[in-house]
Design a protein around this ligand. Structure first.
Ligand code: PGA
Length: 236
């Protein structure tokens, strides 16, 4: 299982270090089992961390260029400095709040694929599409895979319904199960679920047939809650 924490615009450099120290001590004494842990801190917290081998640090975004004139963006040269080779692409907050187009997202995908990055690629439908039923949900989610090489061997897809992100609303197990099963028929890659995952629902979500892990926002920001989810994952 992959248990991933997306810090979004939370945590400072100091609190990220304290979080990772705490998490590392926990994993060293308790073990992560078969699980892989991914942490996506803000750029400003990147550093050379000494972490257990089960923990990977990734970034929440990146610009598809080595370097250049892209004000406010971070390119490969800056990521290489911290040995980053895992990236989130297509998160719904970047699509919907920052207005990233599928075209730009596909460009990012191609660039970071070419550089050999592990890519956690996010898709997910808004509420009105979910209300139209599974066929609309699939059409919408598959349209977010347009221009994406789904045969890329370092691709992980995170299915995160927009209406369940940061809202406290989780998709039902049936909805997750059906959507992940339909996705698995089309893309044979590890599939994560994201959207208000927390300690109380981790076990049932991880027990869904085609679910290979979770991408956690809000409930991951508190290290105690994230450690609790790791312990639950170990028992799954
Ligand atoms: P959430 O966020 O857990 O706060 O719903 C998930 C995500 O955006 O990855």
């Amino acid at each position: 299982m992959i248990i991933a924490a997306n810090f979004k615009t939370n945590h400072t450099r100091a609190s990220t270090k304290a979080y990772l120290d705490d998490l590392s001590a926990f994993i060293e004494s308790d073990g992560a089992g078969e699980n892989r842990v991914m942490i996506f801190p803000p750029y400003t917290a990147l550093d050379s961390f000494d972490l257990p081998s089960s923990v990977t640090i990734g970034v929440q975004n990146g610009y598809p260029a080595i370097k250049g004139s892209f004000t406010g963006e971070i390119g490969l040269e800056q990521l290489d400095e911290f040995s980053i080779s895992t990236i989130l692409i297509g998160h719904s907050e970047r699509r919907h709040i920052l207005g990233e187009s599928q075209e730009l997202i596909a460009q990012k995908f191609d660039f970071f694929k070419e550089k050999g990055f592990e890519i956690v690629y996010c898709i997910g439908e808004p509420k009105e599409v979910r209300e139209e039923g599974i066929e609309s949900v699939m059409r919408y989610n598959l349209s977010q895979l347009e221009g994406i090489d789904t045969n890329y061997e370092k691709l992980i897809i995170a299915y995160e319904p927009v209406w369940a992100i940061g809202t406290g609303l989780t998709a039902t197990n049936e909805q997750i199960d059906e959507t992940l099963s339909r996705l698995k028929e089309v893309v044979d890659v590890p599939l994560l679920y994201g959207g208000s995952v927390k300690p109380a629902n981790t076990k049932e979500i991880l027990s869904i047939k085609n679910c290979d892990g979770v991408l956690v926002g809000t409930a991951s920001w508190d290290v105690e809650s994230f450690k609790e989810m790791l312990s639950i994952a170990k028992g799954c």
